[in-house]
Design a protein around this ligand. Structure first.
Ligand code: 13P
Ligand code: SF4
Length: 351
């Protein structure tokens, strides 16, 4: 990275001292991640944000829904900054509150809301988390989806899972032992989600039709290809991948799990990793005694994660050092209160 920008970021951060705490998601660029005080998956970063009440500013190097969650979990005095406001998440954008409310009304018309528990992936806007909190549900991340669903099925017999169909299906089928027929796909662009009353009533898992465009690129062919090219390779993927990909993989888990699994692997082992490319490249560099490669031949960054680059980080830090808070992410008090119920429920899950 540009040495002048590195020097400026270092100076601004030093000037701010303990007043600033920088969080970095594992998908961030190298030039950014070097300035993170803590790196992590979505769950770890949410906990870290909540555990820093003395930092005046939390600079979140990640995407918008993560910064919103940090604002909800921090005190009213703390300010959360997202260095580029265009760092959104296309998956989170696939579930808008009016659509989710309409879906809930369709379920209510069929008398199905009673036994249905809404569960949202962390990758959703604060108002979706607020909706889930209002209706007695829970937030989950890729590292606790199983425990969150187990909790949900203690509260009711059916789950409305937002917005990632793949995480929902993969967890229900591969971890809870449901059949694919127990899951139905709810298309928000069709009346009643494109489902009959009977399908909705019989479903144990109503999956919102959302997905991650980055992880959606990995296919069964990617897995078969690499197994042919590299005999003995271990295939390790994120649960946002399609069901057939996760089913064909050897290991599945969150970004933090992916890192720990490779760190603990024996020297000489080969790993094909199905997740975002910044992370896979860093893993390859950090584990030169192992063969770490990208699962697909096509290059695959998360374009919104990549929007946070060193120039944006330098700008945000220098503005803060000059006493100006830029790109602050705030969630209104009512939404934050409701969303916090669902986030606290997640943080209270056992294990
Ligand atoms: P985790 O880091 O929680 O595994 O999530 C991955 C992701 O897609 C974040 O947007
Ligand atoms: Fe969203 Fe996928 Fe990017 Fe994660 S990797 S921020 S889910 S688009």
């Amino acid at each position: 990275s540009d040495p002048e920008l590195v020097a400026r970021a270092t100076a601004a951060k030093a000037q701010l001292g303990d007043r600033v705490f920088v969080l970095g998601h594992h998908y961030q660029r190298d030039e950014v991640i070097q300035f993170a005080d803590v790196t992590g998956d979505s769950f770890k970063l949410a906990r870290e944000a909540a555990a820093r009440p003395n930092a005046e500013y939390i600079v979140f190097c990640g995407v918008h829904f993560m910064a919103e969650s940090a604002d909800i979990l921090t005190t009213d005095q703390q300010q959360v900054v997202l260095p580029d406001l265009a760092a959104g998440c296309s998956m989170a954008d696939m579930a808008a509150l009016p659509q989710v409310e309409e879906a809930w009304e369709s379920l209510a018309d069929l008398d199905l809301t009673e036994g249905t528990v809404p569960v949202t992936y962390m990758n959703s806007s604060a108002d979706i988390k607020g909706f889930v909190g209002r209706h007695g549900g829970v937030v989950c991340t890729s590292s606790n989806a199983r425990r969150a669903l187990e909790w949900a099925y203690q509260q009711g017999q059916r789950v409305l899972f937002l917005p990632d169909q793949h995480l929902g299906r993969n967890t229900a089928v591969l971890e809870l032992g449901f059949s694919l027929d127990d899951c139905v796909l709810y298309d928000p662009h069709k009346p009643n989600g494109g489902l009959t009353a009977e399908q909705l009533r019989d479903a144990r898992m109503i999956l919102w039709r959302g997905h991650c465009s980055v992880h959606g690129r990995f296919t069964l062919d990617s897995v078969n290809d690499v197994r042919e090219r590299v005999p003995g390779v271990n295939v390790l993927v994120h649960p946002e991948c399609r069901h057939e990909v996760v089913r064909a993989a050897d290991f599945v888990g969150s970004t933090e799990y992916i890192i720990k699994t490779i760190e603990a692997a024996p020297a000489g082992s080969a790993w094909a990793v199905g997740t975002e490319l910044n992370l896979v490249r860093r893993l390859a560099l950090a584990n030169p005694d192992k063969q770490v490669m990208f699962l697909d031949r096509a290059v695959c960054y998360c374009s919104t994660m990549n929007r946070i680059d060193l120039p944006h980080l330098v700008w945000a830090l220098e503005e803060l050092a000059a006493g100006r808070v830029v790109n602050q992410i705030t969630v209104d008090a009512k939404t934050a209160h409701q969303a916090r119920t669902a986030l606290d429920q997640m943080l209270a899950l056992p294990g």
